[in-house]
Design a binder for this molecule. Structure first.
Ligand code: IVH
Length: 670
């Protein structure tokens, strides 16, 4: 083999590592995913032709092949300690007092970091090469999970040496975790395949890292953030701040959300910010970690038994709680779907009292084997509805009861139906009072007609007393009817009538959203209103024509066409028009700047125009072009041979456009 090939192989390895670094560590990717894949494939091909060149630290060698029977043990050369907890601000102040009592200082400088809820590991680098990696274990001895850690792309197999010479020994510690979105995605897939789901991201990360088959680990998106060191030789590090700066220079990933705090006051401020912002983080954090910054100060403060006095975890109020499931009731939705609702013994989770949670559907209850009377784990993830993640089967007493879905609608007693393709049971009765109430509440909600002064109680009364049977009936209400209701005075009645009158002139998009056509949310309703100049045009559109529109899948197209041709859909619209509701169309906005605040991300190769031109045209219309897919992305344009961005878009629920749809969109604005 020629030395040219050897050089090329080495050059490719360096280049791939550099792009890993730019992608994972500095967040400044220079090439597209497809270009990265091309480099990788080239290296793979060369290595396949010259297997004698393959080294263990080649980027292609991340996936171990043969599953092992068990893990061997690794002794940490310096024990991996754990530390105490503070549960509130007072606890953090106590910690600071304790630290200062061992020093002669009025205030101490700390570094505060988010405390990730994952799994602590230690990576050992010798002369810049990853030689092994282990779990924390009991702190002294952990399990050798080297093969699994090697599959994590954000763990370098070789340290970077452009700023520092490779230290002869570097033991670095960090947290392996999985992002929430990836966790949810994986659980959905498992659910689909009939496999048991993971209770939370931490369990999934732990389960994945302890997989005996590294190929499974490789298929799951684990991440790492490094935050501590063990034994180090050949590198001087004397403060936490310095540590957090040097690690990325060596190619090791550090959570950028750390903060240097000159005193405990700044720590408390960080604690508050993180506590309030925790649900916006893409991963689960259960608190903050506070560490004395200066290593020599740490030595003066010392340790008690196996936990240092110089560090503490400031835990956030729990986002999970355990309580008893008292009962399961049924709620009937707008489309007639019967949703089982958990009635819980009230429990405080994340500072809020929770007494009910959705159980989604019967299959979910069966799959999780949840029974009335069970002790259950209740979770609040962000501002979403609380959910029950699992029942504590091990705590059963034998008096628990299984839940059976009712055979008739609990509200109107019509026998329920379940179609082959659905998990849901439905009340098929279009005049079911529960369905009417829900339809009305949706129709008057913020995103639709936005009628103030009409809450669920009022709507229930109107439907119960037969004053309102259809959406149109809302606009036929008169003053005397309203005055006859409980708790509605003359002033509120007049206000409500005025609000209803004003609402008759409604944007078509809001009107369409308010109709509650299955699959049509606020965004698609807006697209429909932009595309069709009138309600009549839209109601005549075929499913095929609708499916041609960007963002409209065949199922949604079918659902819209079905709604407009059904007797029930037609009747609902006629009734509303008859009651005086007059939706108006917004002129499609063709002025420049119409892509303002829309952010596009491209992946794969565009066949009809270069990416640079595509970007320029987006920008000319006031839009923005991004390098990576985030929650702020409006569209991901998917060309040929797309990279991981397409999957990321799907994960985050961001709409994708084909090249043709993208060009149509541009033309509609240009
Ligand atoms: S430092 C003595 N920093 O918390 C210091 N730990 O209870 C050693 N953890 O086992 C650890 N985020 O799993 C440190 N930013 C962070 C952390 C962190 C999470 C975990 C880690 C450790 C546990 C200690």
């Amino acid at each position: 083999m020629t030395s040219t090939i050897r050089k090329e192989i080495e050059r490719l390895r360096k280049e791939i590592e550099r792009h890993n670094y730019l992608y994972y560590i500095t967040n400044t990717p220079e090439i597209s995913d497809a270009e990265y894949d091309a480099l990788y494939q080239r290296l793979e091909a060369l290595e396949a032709a010259h297997p004698e060149t393959i080294t263990r630290d080649s980027p292609t060698q991340r996936v171990g092949s043969s599953p092992s029977d068990s893990f061997s043990q690794i002794e940490h050369s310096i024990p991996m300690l754990s530390f105490g907890n503070a549960f509130d601000e007072e606890g953090l102040l106590d910690f600071d007092r304790r630290v200062r009592s061992h020093l002669d200082e009025a205030s101490v400088a700390y570094v505060a970091e988010p405390k990730l809820d994952g799994l602590a590991v230690e990576l050992v680098y010798r002369d810049g090469r990853l030689v092994n990696g282990s779990t924390r274990g009991d702190g002294r001895i952990g399990e050798d999970v080297t093969e699994n850690l090697r599959t994590i792309r954000s763990i370098p197999l070789r340290l970077r040496t452009d700023v520092h010479d490779a230290p002869s020994v570097l033991e670095v510690r960090g947290e392996v975790f999985i992002e929430r979105a990836a966790f949810e995605q994986l659980n959905r897939t498992r659910e689909h395949e009939g496999l048991p789901t993971y209770a939370n991201p931490r369990n999934l990360a732990a389960g994945t890292l302890r997989q005996l088959d590294a190929r499974i680990t490789a298929s799951r998106p684990l991440s790492i953030y490094c935050y501590d060191i063990g034994r180090v030789e050949g590198l001087e590090i004397s403060t936490q701040l310095q540590l957090l700066k040097i690690l990325p220079e060596l190619g090791l990933r550090v959570n950028p959300l750390y903060r240097m705090c000159e005193s405990i006051d700044a720590v408390i401020e960080f604690y508050r910010e993180m506590k309030d912002g925790r649900t916006d983080l893409p991963y689960e954090a259960d608190g903050i970690v506070v560490k004395v910054n200066d290593f020599s100060t740490r030595r003066s403060v010392g340790a008690v038994s196996r936990s240092p006095r110089w560090a503490i975890a400031g835990k956030f109020p729990a986002s999970r709680g355990m309580t008893r499931l008292r009962d399961i009731t049924i709620s009937v939705g707008r489309t007639g779907v019967l949703t089982p609702i958990a009635v819980l013994e009230p429990v405080h989770v994340h500072g809020v009292e929770i007494s009910s949670a959705t159980l989604h559907n019967e299959d979910e209850i069966e799959r999780k084997d949840i029974r009335i009377g069970d002790q259950v784990i209740v979770e609040r993830a962000g501002d979403v509805i609380p959910k029950i993640s699992r029942a504590m089967h091990e705590l059963r007493t034998g008096s628990e009861r299984t839940f059976v879905m009712p055979e008739a609608c609990p509200v109107c007693k019509t026998p329920v139906e379940r179609s082959e393709s659905e998990v849901a049971y439905r009340c098929p009765n279009l005049s079911c009072p529960a369905r009417i109430v829900r339809s009305i509440l949706h129709f008057i909600s913020k995103g639709a007609l936005d009628i103030d002064g009409m809450g669920p109680r009022l709507v229930e009364q109107l439907v119960d007393r037969d004053h309102v049977r259809t959406l149109g009936d809302l606009f036929r209400l008169d003053r005397s009817t309203l005055l006859g209701l409980d708790r509605l005075g003359p002033k509120s009645s007049d206000n409500l009538l005025a609000a209803l009158e004003r609402a008759k002139n409604v944007k078509l998009s809001r009107f369409l959203f308010g109709l509650g056509i299955p699959g049509v949310g606020a965004h698609l309703a807006e697209r429909l209103a932009q595309t069709f100049s009138s309600l009549t045009d839209l109601s005549e559109a075929s499913a095929d024509a609708l499916a041609e529109l960007p963002e409209f899948g065949p199922l949604t197209a079918e659902s819209i066409a079905a709604f407009f041709s059904s007797p029930h859909g037609r009747a609902a619209i006629d009734d509303l028009l008859d009651a005086g509701v007059a939706p108006y169309t917004e002129e499609p906005d063709k002025t420049p700047g119409t892509l303002a605040s829309q952010r596009f991300v491209f992946t794969g190769t565009l066949a009809r125009l270069p990416r640079a031109e595509a970007s320029a045209r987006v920008k000319a219309l006031g839009g923005d072009v991004g390098g990576s897919v985030t929650a702020k992305t409006t569209y991901v344009v998917v060309g040929e041979n797309p990279g991981s961005k397409a999957a990321k878009a799907e994960q985050l629920g961001i709409p994708t456009l084909t090249e043709d749809a993208f060009l149509d969109l541009l033309r509609s604005h240009e």
